[in-house]
Every structure is written in structure tokens, then in C-alpha cells.
Design a binder for this molecule. Structure first.
Ligand SMILES: Cc1ncc(COP(=O)(O)O)c(C=O)c1O
Length: 453
């Protein structure tokens, strides 16, 4: 072992040997070994810098010194569980509450958002998860409402009232469930869909859904695990983009809450908390709400305020969207650009009218950017939406750097696609000629292999 750690190959070998094969890795054919990070940059074992456009966990910047200090100091003093009184727990709960509408006042601290194959009841309510199972079968207690996607969804931007149309779909599902004798427990959605393809629900949708759900006896759960803590800039929580007249009954928080330290939280109303209490079940979590986590959580909130990261998200997010819009004018592959603050999606399509998802092209972009040390991901049901959700210290220079690299990649893909089409007609022609004499033709090459034209 060298001073810099294991040789990369050795790390790969040990991982293959000892880490479960269902634990996926980015760029599995050539994974990146990151050894340190700061702000919005990560460094590999050779000291090469990568621009991180996707880590919404390192919210206030990788290894922010204030957060590291708060955690280390508290770790040197005490770490224990919530069965003892501790100021950090109550002070943190109070600070968190101050960011929320008054009604959301009761916290349950946890140490993960927990849906990644740990609890079947949670996989059941996540189409993103259960669609991954080869024998996927939707639980009869789960109903999936259409995604309120005004770009490629059922009701689009030209609809006079997409919010009501999508909310009526939920109303319809509730009615059908009632006919079958089912009751409604809850509606859960991300306040802005991230894995669902950076979808921004039309304003007024949540209010109407909440009304239908509550009328049926259910509660509204807003998942802020990816999009909370000021990422959207103008508001602290993404559900607030719907307007101040909307307040969920339960909010789930994770990822950015601890800037990389494993912690999460469920905040709810006194009414829901009392109902949970009346079930007689104690809530205890060995690590959730411990003094170290709470010290870290407080430091994260301090940094967001002190460094005006919401303001930065707004300014840089707007700048990023503007420079991407210019790319859209240049590259027909870009079908849509949508976002709020530093939560931005770029949807790639092969055809702007048919909206045919450019899935392979999106993967090519991600792969090429990685080669140039920019980390971006593609998501959405068709995996064709380039997803920006960087640490909130991302700058306009970073935005310029990504676009500078993205531009020739998109041009290259366009030329390549034209090339493939041209070659395909040649191959067809060739095959026709060869087939007459019993021959065959094979088209080889790394890049062509990736295209399903
Ligand atoms: C929107 C959303 N909710 C919940 C979770 C689950 O969080 P965790 O990975 O901490 O279990 C994730 C994680 O990827 C997420 O993206």
C-alpha cells in the first residue's frame, strides 16, 4: 500500500470480492476513485480535479470547514442517543422548525431516508424502485398517479389548467379505490421530482391533491430529500413553490441535511404526531438525533444563511439556465430546459415534435463529460434528462465550464448520428449485395455499439 492508499486496481478487486454485487458503482467499466473533495470539486488518486454537478448531499460544499469542525468538536465531547436530554437536539429541532410553516412543528430524527431496498413497504410506494424488479408487480394498496409533467406528460404546457387536470387524476384514483372498498392513507410525492426527470409540478397542483386526499381521510407527504434546504433558491423548501396556502402534513428530509453526515428527519404536525403516539408504539432510533448529528445539522443551517447559499442558488441557477437556453437554440437534441435554483434538468430528445427520448445520447453526454472531468447524471423514466443538482456553492464559472464542454459533445453526437444513419444505409445496401452471394456484414466499433438507431 502506498502513502496515497491502495492501487486503484486493488481497490476494485477488493470491492468485487467483499462488497455486495447489488451495490452499484458509477461508470462501472472505469470507476472513479475519489480521495478528497472541497467545495464543488472532487479529486481522484492522481490529484485530477472533477467538477461535481450532481452531489446534492454535499449541499454547502464538500468538507465544509464549519461543518467538519462542528462534528469533530461534538464528537470529542459526547455522542449518545435521544433517551438523554441534550440541548443540541432541541435547539436543532427549533431551528429546523423556524424554516417551516408553524403547523409543521414535531420532528422525528432518523439516519437515512430508507427506500433503497431496505423496507418492502417503501419500495412498494416508489415506482422508481419497484420498476427495477424484473417481476415487478404493483401492490394493490398502491396507486400511481400520472407525473404532473407539463413537457411530455398527459397534460402539457398548452393545457389551460394542467394543475387541475393532474389533480383530477388523483381524485379519480381515490374514487376508484373507494369503489373497491379501499381507504386512502396518504399521498406521497417529491416536491419537485428528481429521479422522475426534474419535473416541476404546475402551481396549484399540490393544493388540490391535498384537498382530495384529506377529504378521503389521508395525509399529504412531501419528500424533500433531494430538493429541500434552499436548493430552489427562492424558498427554503420546494413545496413552498406551490404557494403559502399549501402546507403538507408530513415532510421528509435527508441528503443535504447533514452535508454528508448520515442523518435525516421527518417533520409533521402535532395532530399526526399524537395519532402516531396513540398507536402505543415507541419511536426510537439508535443514531437519529444524536448530539453530533444535531451539531452538524445546526452548522449546515448556519452556513446556508451565512454564505447566502439560497441567493447563490437563485443567481447561478438562473445563469446556468440562460447559458443552457443558448445551447438549446444551437442543438436540436435539447428538447426542454426546466428548473428552479440549482435544480435544473435538460431533456434530450431525438425529435422535438414527437419527443422521442434521446436515451443513448444522454448516456453518451454523461460518459464524455466524465472523460473531461465533469460529473453529471441522466435520470427520468427514459433516462434522457441531464440532471444538475450541484453543491450550492457552484459558481457561474463552473456553469460556463460545463457548457463549454457540453457544446462540442452535443455537436459531435449530432454529426455521429448523421454518420450512423449514412453508414446504416450503406450497410443495408452492402448487405443486400452480399446476401445475394451468401455473405454478411458486421458493423463494429465502440461508439456505434452504443447506439440503438
Ligand atoms: C427523493 C428521495 N427520497 C428518499 C431517498 C432515500 O434516502 P436514503 O438513501 O437516505 O435512504 C432518496 C435517496 O436517494 C431520494 O432521492
Amino acid at each position: 500500500m502506498s502513502l496515497d492508499g491502495l492501487e486503484k486496481k486493488k481497490t476494485i478487486d477488493l470491492r468485487q470480492k467483499h462488497i455486495g454485487p447489488s451495490c452499484k458503482i458509477f461508470f462501472s467499466h472505469d470507476p472513479i476513485k475519489i480521495v478528497k473533495a472541497k467545495g464543488q470539486y472532487m479529486y481522484d488518486e492522481k490529484g485530477q480535479r472533477y467538477l461535481d454537478c450532481i452531489n446534492n448531499v454535499a449541499h454547502v460544499g464538500h468538507c465544509h470547514p464549519d461543518v467538519v469542525k462542528a462534528g469533530a468538536e461534538q464528537m470529542g465531547l459526547l455522542n449518545t442517543n435521544t433517551r438523554f436530554l441534550h440541548d443540541n437536539l432541541v435547539l436543532y429541532a427549533q431551528r429546523l422548525q423556524a424554516t417551516l410553516p408553524d403547523k409543521l412543528s414535531v420532528c422525528y430524527f432518523v439516519n437515512s431516508g430508507a427506500y433503497h431496498g431496505h423496507v418492502s413497504s417503501l419500495i412498494d410506494i416508489s415506482p422508481y424502485k419497484f420498476h427495477q424488479l424484473s417481476d415487478a408487480e404493483q401492490s394493490q394498496f398502491v396507486h400511481v398517479a400520472p407525473s404532473p409533467d407539463v413537457y411530455r406528460g398527459k397534460y402539457r404546457a398548452d393545457h389551460p389548467d394542467a394543475a387541475t387536470a393532474y389533480a383530477d387524476e388523483v381524485k379519480d384514483i381515490i374514487q376508484k379505490a373507494h369503489i373497491k372498498g379501499h381507504k386512502i392513507a396518504a399521498f406521497i410525492a417529491e416536491s419537485l421530482q428528481s429521479c422522475g426527470g426534474q419535473v416541476i409540478p404546475p402551481v396549484g397542483y399540490f393544493q388540490q391533491v391535498a384537498e382530495h386526499v384529506r377529504k378521503a381521510g389521508g395525509v399529504f407527504i412531501a419528500d424533500e430529500v433531494q430538493v429541500g434546504f434552499g436548493r430552489v433558491g427562492s424558498r427554503f423548501w420546494a413545496f413552498q413553490l406551490q404557494g403559502d396556502d399549501f402546507v403538507p402534513d408530513i415532510v421528509t428530509m435527508g441528503k443535504p441535511i447533514g452535508n454528508g453526515h448520515p442523518m435525516s428527519c421527518v417533520v409533521t404536525t402535532r395532530e399526526v404526531a399524537e395519532a402516531f403516539m396513540s398507536s402505543g408504539m415507541e419511536y426510537f432510533n439508535t443514531f437519529g438525533g444524536n448530539p453530533v448529528s444535531c451539531a452538524i445539522g445546526l452548522a449546515v443551517l448556519d452556513v446556508i444563511e451565512k454564505e447566502d447559499l439560497r441567493g447563490n442558488a437563485l443567481r447561478v441557477g438562473q445563469y446556468l439556465t440562460n447559458v443552457l437556453e443558448k445551447q438549446k437554440q444551437k442543438h436540436p437534441l435539447i428538447g426542454d430546459i426546466r428548473g428552479r435554483g440549482l435544480f435544473v434538468g435538460v431533456e434530450l430528445v431525438k425529435d422535438r415534435v414527437k419527443l422521442t427520448p434521446a436515451t443513448a445520447e444522454a448516456q453518451e453526454v454523461i460518459y464524455e463529460l466524465k472523460e473531461q472531468h465533469v460529473l453529471l447524471s441522466a435520470d427520468g423514466p427514459h433516462r434522457n434528462v441531464l440532471k444538475f443538482k450541484p453543491p450550492l456553492c457552484f459558481t457561474t464559472e463552473d456553469a460556463d465550464l460545463v457548457v463549454e464542454k457540453l457544446d462540442p459533445i452535443l455537436t459531435g453526437i449530432c454529426l455521429l448520428a448523421a454518420d450512423v444513419l449514412r453508414m446504416r444505409s450503406e450497410v443495408l445496401c452492402c448487405y443486400f449485395l452480399h446476401s445475394r452471394v451468401g455473405g454478411s456484414v458486421r458493423l463494429e466499433g465502440k461508439r456505434f455499439g452504443k447506439y440503438r438507431t
